[in-house]
Design a protein around this ligand. Structure first.
Ligand code: BTN
Length: 262
C-alpha cells in the first residue's frame, strides 16, 4: 500500500485500505506524484482487462478532464484529484453521480451543497466536480468515478468569481486529510447504491440541493423552476407546459442568476 514513488504529501493509503478491503476484496490504493489523468489511466487499464477495485490518487494531473470535454486544471497540493475504479453492476445506474456527490458532501462539511447533476458547491461557488465513466469489459461492468476537489483557494483566469475551496471551511485541511475523510465512505456509498439505487438517498439529496426553488436553464434552452429530484435522481423542472423530468445524460443545468460562476 505504500507509494512506490516519492510523493509530495503523506497520504492515508494504509488506513483507507484497512477500512475498505474487508468489504471489497482485492481493493488497492495507489498514490502517484503525477499522471495525465486518473480517470484516463483507469479507463486505459480497464480496456487492457484490469478491472480490480482501485483508488488511484494523483498529486498532479497534466491532462485532467472535466465533464463535457472540458479540462480540469489543478495545482499540486492545492487540490485533491482521484479516481475510484470499481467492478459493479447496479440494476439501474441512474442517480449514481448524485449518490457520489452526496457521500462526498456528507463526509466533508454541513455547508457543502449539491448542484445537480455532478457538482459540489459551497456558498454559491463550485467546490468540486465528479466525472463518471463506465467501461464495458464484456462479461461485467466497471465504473470509474473521478473526483476533483479544491482544497486551497486559487484564482482561475476566465472566471469572474473564483471557485470555492475547502480550507476556509476546515482550517488546516490538506488534500490528504480530505481523502482520508471521503474515501472509505464513498466506496461504501457506491456499494450501497448498487444494491438499492438512488431512491433511499432522495431525501438526503434534497437537504443539500442548491437548485431547489431556483429558476434554472438547461443546456437545450428549457427554463423553469427546479423542484428537486425524483426517486431516480432526475431533476424535476416546473415549466409553463408542466413538470419535466430531466436526466443527467441529456442536459446540464445552471441557476439562471449564477451562470457566470459555474
Ligand atoms: C467536472 O466538474 O467537470 C468534473 C471534474 C472531475 C475532475 C476529476 S480530477 C480526478 C479525475 N481525473 C480526471 O481527469 N478528472 C477527474
Amino acid at each position: 500500500m505504500s507509494p512506490p514513488f516519492d510523493t509530495f504529501m503523506r497520504w492515508p493509503a494504509e488506513a483507507i485500505w484497512e477500512a475498505v478491503s474487508p468489504q471489497m476484496p482485492g481493493f488497492s490504493v495507489e498514490i502517484l506524484p503525477e499522471i495525465d489523468s486518473t480517470n484516463t489511466e483507469l479507463m486505459r487499464r480497464a480496456r487492457a482487462g484490469q478491472t480490480d477495485a482501485v483508488l488511484l490518487v494523483a498529486e498532479s494531473q497534466s491532462a485532467g478532464r472535466g465533464r463535457l470535454g472540458r479540462q480540469w486544471v489543478s495545482q499540486r497540493g492545492d487540490s485533491l484529484t482521484f479516481s475510484l475504479g470499481l467492478p459493479i453492476a447496479p440494476k439501474d445506474w441512474s442517480g449514481l453521480s448524485l449518490a457520489v456527490g452526496l457521500s462526498l458532501a456528507e463526509s466533508l462539511h454541513p455547508q457543502v451543497s449539491l448542484k445537480w447533476p455532478n457538482d459540489l458547491w459551497i456558498e454559491g461557488h463550485k467546490l468540486g466536480g465528479i466525472l463518471i465513466e463506465a467501461a464495458s469489459t464484456g462479461s461485467h461492468s466497471y465504473v470509474v468515478i473521478g473526483v476533483g476537489l479544491n482544497i486551497q483557494p486559487q484564482a482561475v483566469e476566465g472566471l469572474r468569481t473564483p471557485p470555492a475551496a475547502l480550507a476556509p471551511w476546515l482550517p488546516g485541511i490538506t488534500a490528504a486529510d480530505a481523502l482520508g475523510r471521503v474515501a472509505a465512505p464513498l466506496v461504501a456509498a457506491v456499494q450501497g447504491f448498487t444494491l438499492t439505487g438512488f431512491a433511499p438517498l432522495q431525501a438526503r439529496f434534497h437537504a443539500r440541493d442548491v437548485l431547489q426553488g431556483l429558476v434554472v436553464t438547461t443546456s437545450d434552452g428549457m427554463q423553469g423552476r427546479a423542484l428537486g429530484v425524483d426517486a431516480s435522481g432526475a431533476l424535476q423542472i416546473e415549466t409553463p407546459s408542466g413538470v419535466v423530468s430531466v436526466h443527467s445524460s441529456e442536459v446540464s443545468v445552471r441557476p439562471a442568476a449564477q451562470q457566470e460562476n459555474t
